[in-house]
Design a protein around this ligand. Structure first.
Ligand SMILES: [Zn+2]
Length: 157
């Protein structure tokens, strides 16, 4: 994990963006069902950058507010990636469900907790410290890596 990475608070309309930021290893809370005041106070207290589709809300955050212009996920990711010079982790580090940090899990502990086929094909497992969800590298992960590589704005430089 890299030090001094930006932390994000992600507005309700941008749930998928929040999941992708977590996949990239960034701390991104998803502000579902909260009032604007709660979102602003929480983001300020936590030193988070607020990503929102709401221009007024973003303005309330001053320098730490970021108005996400597009309603398309890929454009949103490109914008945030460029604006904050993101450097995705090369491995799984954060839970996409709850934003908790992942830790390596002993293989023998994973044995009874994942499908047998998955266990036979994988030597590395990770567990969320917060919710306990178990992760491994599968075809899904390869697809994610490919999609991130396609989106990386630094690729075309
Ligand atoms: Zn979790």
């Amino acid at each position: 994990m890299q030090p001094n990475r930006p932390k994000f608070a992600v507005d309700e309309m941008l749930g998928t963006l929040a999941r992708w930021l977590r996949i990239m290893g960034y701390d991104a809370t998803y502000e579902k069902g909260r009032t604007d005041d709660e979102i602003v106070d929480g983001a300020n207290a936590d030193g988070r950058i607020l990503l929102t589709r709401d221009k007024e809300l973003s303005a309330r955050m001053g320098e730490r507010g970021s108005h996400v212009a597009s309603d398309q996920l890929e454009e949103q990711l490109r914008q945030v990636w460029r604006d904050f010079n993101l450097r995705p982790d090369q491995d799984l580090t954060r839970c996409t469900i709850c934003n908790g940090e992942l830790e390596p899990m002993p293989v023998e502990e994973a044995k009874d907790k994942v499908p047998e086929g998955v266990f036979l094909l994988n030597q590395e497992f990770f567990r969320c410290r917060s919710c306990g969800k178990i992760y491994w590298h599968g075809t899904h992960w390869l697809n994610i890596k490919k999609r991130l590589a396609d989106l990386d704005p630094n690729q075309s430089l």
